[in-house]
Design a binder for this molecule. Structure first.
Ligand code: ZN
Length: 176
């Protein structure tokens, strides 16, 4: 359902680890289709199932790697199995907190193990923007948010910003 709303960043569900997927069945395939539709609607680069209120370890991604090759795929039960020592800091946003970015430190490359929708296991070495996106989305499946990776001050500022924007938003929709 492309109409699925995305949970706001302060929703308690987003701070809880998602459940592993036992069986990759038609429900999971439909969930992935819905997630692609929602991600594309919001012009996002990645989405975790928990963000549309389904706390399962399923992620969709549409992002280029360091060589500008585009990767559009589904990860079921993704696990990061190794990470480079080298770190990168880039401006990062989240579909659960639209319009706000903060610099987040990440590993410049990671290896991620996951299953595709046919149940086949993959080991992907991700670099560039794809590596950052993989880390952001795998974090979501573990109940970790992008601002959990920054200083407490930045996190507080992000939360304050979000509360303010939400308040304005609610006030505006109450008037209309
Ligand atoms: Zn996010």
């Amino acid at each position: 359902m492309p109409d699925d709303p995305i949970l706001p960043i302060d929703d308690p569900l987003l701070s809880q680890p998602s459940e592993p997927v036992d069986a990759i069945d038609e429900n999971i395939r439909q969930l992935a289709r819905d997630m692609f539709a929602v991600m594309d609607r919001e012009r996002g680069a990645g989405l975790a199932a928990v963000q549309i209120g389904k706390p399962l370890r399923v992620v969709v991604i549409d992002m280029p790697d360091a060589t500008a090759r585009r990767h559009r795929f589904v990860m079921v039960n993704p696990t990061i199995t190794s990470a480079s020592d080298e770190a990168v800091v880039g401006e990062e946003g989240c579909l659960s907190m639209p319009g706000y970015t903060i610099p987040v430190p990440r590993h410049s490359a990671v290896k991620v193990r996951y299953r595709d929708l046919d149940g086949k296991e993959h080991h992907l070495r991700a670099t560039g923007p794809l590596a950052v996106c993989v880390q952001h989305e795998v974090d979501h499946t573990n109940g970790v948010l992008f601002f959990d990776r920054v200083s407490r001050l930045r996190r507080q500022r992000a939360r304050q910003y979000f509360r303010k924007v939400r308040h304005q938003h609610e006030a505006a929709s109450a008037q209309s």
